[in-house]
Design a protein around this ligand. Structure first.
Ligand SMILES: NC(=O)c1ccc[n+]([C@@H]2O[C@H](COP(=O)([O-])OP(=O)(O)OC[C@H]3O[C@@H](n4cnc5c(N)ncnc54)[C@H](O)[C@@H]3O)[C@@H](O)[C@H]2O)c1
Length: 319
């Protein structure tokens, strides 16, 4: 199959590209490289440096390649930033999705696998979170994912584009020696490694007064290769003629920020200096996935626990 990955030069996108190539598929990537890394794109993938907000740039890709399915990962995805510059988030995350869908209609591409997020739920009513919970995003980023999912439903009803929306929890880990490498890093595990290995002085915990056992926010970490597997399973699910669906992708286990700090300290053998700051706007207290639907329908089972994930990441830093 020939797959288009948008945002394929980003963290999850480069991992997905490697995984799909290993599974003997062809990979075309659309990325404007604003946040991605050209040097991490696998050589066998065909990279188009294109901005999804520019329909003409995007159309060239569809003209030059017969795409079987789209994996739509490109977006802005920082909760905190989305609360400071909402327009930037609505513009990129919605316009990009619309342009892509219109071109899928024009070029008769029938399958769309969308990178959604746990952020669509906001502060969940009950834990773990299943897909039937109300979608009440507590930040603009989550709102853009919710709107994109609604747009996908309309394109399904009107044009028959079938989709799977994958609501990832916290992606982490590394399998291809790529590491988690962003131009402006805000993700927990890479920042902890910076502090543990001396390239930053301290690690900042945003909020130690959450209603959790140690006061810090609890998240559910899922290995990036487990996510990649779910993408291919989702494509197979759609190709088998099944209806559009949404799935949570998490490990079902919650870890607090302080617990992750401890694990990184244990694995690296280094003590991490901590600074406490105010909670960030829009950050829920606890997010843990109920992924039983993905297990049942997609036959997806995440393989790696948080210690294995962090051990993998340490391997990359050591190299
Ligand atoms: N990392 C996580 O834990 C996580 C959790 C939930 C959902 N997600 C979603 O998964 C997707 C990938 O996340 P990631 O962590 O790899 O992010 P990332 O920032 O590493 O990658 C995103 C990529 O998209 C590109 N991009 C952004 N806007 C673009 C545009 N208009 N045109 C072309 N390229 C554009 C960037 O240059 C970047 O390479 C995102 O949609 C994100 O919202 C990520």
């Amino acid at each position: 199959m020939k797959f288009l990955i948008t945002g394929g030069a980003g963290y999850i996108g480069t991992n997905l590209a490697n995984y799909l190539l290993k599974e003997n598929h062809q990979v075309v990537i659309a990325d404007n490289l604003e946040l991605g890394n050209k040097e991490l794109v696998p050589k066998k993938a065909k990279l188009y440096v294109a901005d999804l907000r520019d329909k003409r740039e995007l159309e060239k890709i569809f003209i030059e390649n017969k795409i079987d399915a789209v994996f739509h990962l490109a977006s802005y995805s920082l909760v905190d930033e989305s609360m400071k510059t909402p327009g930037k988030y609505f513009d990129n995350n919605i316009i990009s999705t619309l342009n892509l869908l219109d071109l899928m209609v024009k070029f008769n591409v029938k399958y769309h696998i969308f990178s959604s997020s746990v952020s669509v739920y906001g502060n969940p009513e009950k834990l773990p979170i299943d897909e039937n919970q109300l979608l009440l995003p507590s930040n603009v980023y989550g709102q853009t994912k919710k709107i994109a999912e609604e747009i996908l439903s309309w394109y399904d009803k009107i044009y028959g584009i079938r989709f799977v929306s994958l609501r990832y929890f916290n992606a982490a880990g590394d399998d291809y020696g790529i590491g988690e490498k962003r131009k402006n890093e805000t993700h927990l595990i890479p920042l902890l490694f910076k502090a543990a290995l001396g390239s930053s002085e301290y690690f900042t915990i945003f909020g130690n007064d959450y209603p959790t056992k140690d006061g810090t926010a609890v998240r559910d970490y899922v290995h990036v290769t487990d996510l990649s597997k779910a993408h291919l399973l989702s494509f197979n699910y759609l190709e088998d003629g099944n209806k559009s669906e949404v799935f949570n992708l998490g490990s079902g286990v919650g870890k607090s920020v302080k617990e992750i700090v401890k694990i990184v300290e244990q694995i690296t053998g280094n003590k991490i200096a901590i600074k406490i700051e105010e909670r960030r706007k829009g950050d829920p207290a606890i997010l843990i996935a109920d992924y039983s639907k993905a297990r049942k329908v997609l036959k997806w089972n995440p393989q790696k626990n948080i210690k294995e994930i962090i051990t993998d990441v340490y391997g990359w830093y050591k190299e």
